[in-house]
Design a binder for this molecule. Structure first.
Ligand code: COA
Ligand code: AMP
Ligand code: ZN
Length: 432
């Protein structure tokens, strides 16, 4: 059954007292790593300099690049014998990132996800189906353990195979589903093809949507289509995964669990704090993690803290829905992709020139990536070009985990802007 309601109902001053206590502990723990010892020394600070929450600004930011450079285990604060799980980002071209967890970290993560699911009204007796990828995708095991911790019957359907997904929903009487917003559209489309009316033929009442930006309008459409209440779920692998911030039943912003994280919003250019309520980059400090705490981690997600209090009575701050990113990361089918990953693969083919264009579309509720790339030299050898396209597709799929459509085009045919190639065109529309 759901644990620790006392943390959920903390008052502002109780939250701050707890945060300071946990921050000090975390900073001390970080000194077990050479990375943070060096960072603190370079900035002439010691753990004793952190005496109040406002001293947080003295600590330098941690970035994704820092995680890459510490790959795979350099940021562990515990001996590897105490680490029971790792999650790693995709890709082999650059260095991926790794997040490590002790058993306590996994327990706390499951508690956080259970807390979110309880908050939106789910209870033992509900049947929870998860359409996330499992394995390294933290939405898989993250929701799995959280839903089990809450005591629901869970259906680890995993990603894909939409017809089977729908059969599970109807046969098992699934009442709550986790699906990314774009996939919710695909599910509805296939239900229609199968002659299934989600309101009439299923017991679905709750949908958890997240992992990619979506608008309020899109959420309302999904709710209408599937006959459910849809709650926005925000998380990221660096902070465990899901369970970082979640909407309550008021659906007016995502409560961020401040007994786990200290939240800051900074200007992504100056790195100075923005004024209250302004949009900026989300910076998070983990204060409830053993294996791999992160101090002032730059998430690159753009959002703001919503002013005022929430009618639900919880005092944990609320984030606005995500407004975009301060870097060039794309999210497609719930998978994070950097253009540089694609470029690195393409540039390994001697037959290809330097210019390429990545176009993202979502016709018929199906997200697609098309990669057009210029050939170095003209060729009309159809079989050779076909084999080359196949090999590029295969290597890209290995790298970015989704299957792009690859088109080889002749030299000079891709659009340029003042001589400079345009790399990414996002033409995705809200179709559903
Ligand atoms: N969640 C669940 N299923 C998805 C999906 C998503 N985000 N995106 C696509 N699918 C489905 C497709 O609808 C298709 O099934 P169908 O033909 O029966 O309808 C199947 O997965 C394969 O999709 P396709 O687009 O042909 O393949 P791909 O090679 O480009 O993508 C996936 C492969 C789907 C496995 C990959 O995109 C993936 O693992 N996505 C899930 C990521 C995730 O869970 N993120 C959540 C983090 S919280
Ligand atoms: P991952 O580490 O694969 O879980 O991806 C985390 C990233 O997905 C975040 O940094 C965000 O950019 C994005 N993301 C996760 N949840 C949401 C959400 N609810 N709305 C918008 N973007 C999200
Ligand atoms: Zn609330």
């Amino acid at each position: 059954m759901y644990l620790h309601p006392e943390f959920e109902k903390l008052t502002r001053s109780e939250i701050e007292v707890l945060q300071l206590e946990r921050l000090k502990k975390t900073v001390n723990r970080c000194m077990n790593t050479e990375f943070y010892r060096k960072r603190f020394a370079e900035n002439n600070i010691t753990p004793d300099d952190i005496r109040s929450l406002s001293d947080l600004y003295k600590i330098p930011f941690t970035t994704k690049q820092d995680l890459r450079e510490s790959y795979p285990f350099k940021m562990s604060t515990v001996p590897l014998s105490q680490v029971v799980r790792l999650h790693s980002s995709s890709g082999t071209t650059g260095t991926p990132t790794v997040i490590l967890h002790t058993q306590k970290d996994l327990d706390e993560w499951a508690n956080a996800v259970a807390r979110c699911l309880y908050m939106v009204g789910l209870r033992p007796g509900d049947i929870f189906q998860n359409s996330s990828g499992y394995g390294m995708f933290t939405g898989g095991l993250g929701f799995q353990y959280g839903a089990e911790r809450l005591g629901m019957l869970t259906v680890p359907a995993a990603a894909g195979n939409t017809k089977r997904q729908i059969k599970f929903i109807t046969d098992f009487g699934t009442t709550a589903l986790h699906a990314i917003p774009s996939y919710a559209g695909r599910l509805y489309e296939v239900m229609e093809e199968m002659g299934i009316d989600p309101r009439r033929d299923t017991r679905l009442h709750t949908l958890i949507i997240g992992a990619e930006p979506h608008s309020e309008e899109q959420r309302r459409r999904i709710e209408k289509m599937l006959g459910v209440k849809a709650y926005n779920s925000f998380g990221m692998s660096e902070m465990c995964g899901p369970g970082v911030a979640f909407e309550c039943q008021e659906q007016n912003g995502l409560h961020i669990w401040e007994d786990y994280y200290i939240v800051e919003i900074v200007n992504p250019d100056t790195l100075e704090p923005v004024k209250d309520g302004e949009i900026g980059e989300l910076v998070l400090t983990t204060i409830n993690r053993e294996a791999m705490p992160l101090l002032r981690y730059r998430t690159r997600d753009l959002t703001r803290i919503l002013p005022g209090s929430c009618p639900c009575g919880r005092h944990h701050k609320r984030l606005d829905r995500m407004k975009g990113r301060s870097d060039d990361m794309m999210i497609l089918k719930g998978v994070n992709i950097f253009p540089i990953q694609i470029e690195t693969i393409l540039m390994q083919f001697p037959e290809l020139g330097n210019d390429y264009l990545i176009t993202l579309t979502n016709e018929e509720a199906n997200d697609l990536m098309t990669v057009e790339v210029e050939l170095k030299e003209f060729s009309d050898d159809y079989h050779r070009l076909q084999a080359l396209t196949k090999e590029i597709t295969r290597q890209l799929k290995d790298e970015i985990l989704i299957t792009p459509i690859v088109r080889l085009v002749s030299k000079g045919s891709l659009p340029k802007q003042e001589g400079k190639a345009i790399r990414v065109k996002d033409l995705r529309k809200t179709l559903i």
